[in-house]
Ligand binder design. Structure first.
Ligand code: NAP
Length: 320
């Protein structure tokens, strides 16, 4: 099979398209023919060798994808060859024609969801769902700021929160991104590259502030997020790329809190909740993954450059 292989950590150019041996499922395992693989910022940190998790070299990147079940091992009960599925953190990387997964890492893909959309379900939509429900414990009557709403996680958060009944404010850095954020359900959308947008957010809440912030770039925004919070507000740190300083009194004055998490640490109970919630949301159309760009598998290096550039528009996926 064709796969992208990383032999050494480094720049995007270390992603090489190569031939690899075919995968065979062991007991309780499933081989999935990948039709689209999701590209995530953490794939780039891992490839560069700067992520908390350093896979043994060589490795095939990719933590999620969608396709059809190719073969199943002994004892597999929930899926059979030909079933449309998406995979979440499988045993082998998804930047490949095939991936090997445990049965528990394979989930049915509703008919209305394309393989390209399915490629970006777990990391983006799973993160958004977990952040809102388990970390922020958000309520329908609350106001949410999705700080960085035009990318994979942000758009899913906007869709889920709007369906919950929250008042949703989203930010993006381009007109196209702002239009997407409004189209997918935000009541208000502001440009995080414009001076004065923080004041605009405050005005949109009539000076009260927001109850929950989902933060995609904490190293830039955390200090300001605290000043945007209403009393008892919560900032959930989803993404950060460096240091930041904050004024603790901004937290104290509001009895507010800051929490961070990574999806890798999610408990089994929360993971089960995320999949149950997402399955329903995908089936009913509440979650509608947005695919901004499709690229051939061999263009993995270009995908890694583009996922780190400004001007996000949903997900980038690789098509083997
Ligand atoms: P993405 O698709 O690349 O989107 C990045 C988002 O950040 C875009 O909406 C982008 O907006 C926005 N952004 C850029 N500059 C910003 C600024 N100054 N202020 C606010 N937002 C800004 O990435 P993603 O998949 O949504 O992931 C977002 C972040 O969360 C990444 O850092 C990723 O590594 C992290 N993440 C963490 C977890 C976890 O488990 N904690 C899981 C998934 C992702 P424009 O491009 O429109 O400017």
């Amino acid at each position: 099979m064709k796969a992208i292989v990383v032999h050494e950590f480094g720049a995007p150019e270390v992603l090489k398209l190569e031939d690899m041996p075919t995968l065979k499922p062991g007991s309780g395992q499933v081989v999935v023919r990948i039709r689209a693989a999701g590209v995530n910022p953490f794939d780039t940190y891992m490839r560069a060798g700067v992520y908390a998790i350093k896979p043994p070299l060589p490795y095939v990147p990719g933590g999620e994808g969608a396709g059809a079940v190719d073969s199943v091992g002994e004892g597999v009960k929930t899926v059979k060859p030909g079933d449309r599925v998406y995979v979440a953190h499988p045993m082998t990387g998804t930047y490949a024609e095939y991936t090997l997964a445990l049965e528990s890492q394979v989930h049915r893909l509703p008919e209305r969801v394309t393989f390209q959309q399915g490629a970006g379900i777990y990391v983006a939509c799973g993160t958004a769902y977990h952040a809102l429900h388990h970390q922020a414990k958000a309520h329908a009557s609350e106001t949410l700021l999705v700080h960085g709403a035009s990318g994979g996680v942000g758009i899913a958060a906007v869709q889920i929160a709007r369906a919950m009944g929250m008042t949703v404010i989203g930010t993006a850095g381009t007109d196209k991104g702002l239009e997407l954020v409004r189209r997918e359900g935000a009541h208000f959308a502001f440009n995080h590259r414009h001076t004065g947008y923080l004041e605009e957010i405050m005005i949109a809440t009539h000076g009260r502030g927001v109850d929950v912030v989902l933060e995609m770039l904490a190293n830039v925004n955390l200090g300001n997020d605290l000043k945007l919070l209403a009393k008892f507000g919560r900032v959930i740190v989803i993404g950060s790329r460096g240091d930041v300083s904050i004024l603790p009194r901004d937290l104290m004055a509001r009895s507010a809190s800051v929490r961070g998490f990574t999806l890798w640490n999610i408990s089994d109970a929360h993971a089960a909740d995320v999949h149950a919630g997402l399955d329903a949301a995908l089936e009913t159309g509440i979650v509608r993954p947005i695919v901004g760009k499709e690229m051939p598998l061999g263009d993995a290096a270009r995908a890694h450059k583009e996922v780190m550039e400004p001007g996000a528009f949903g997900k980038i996926v690789l098509v083997p």
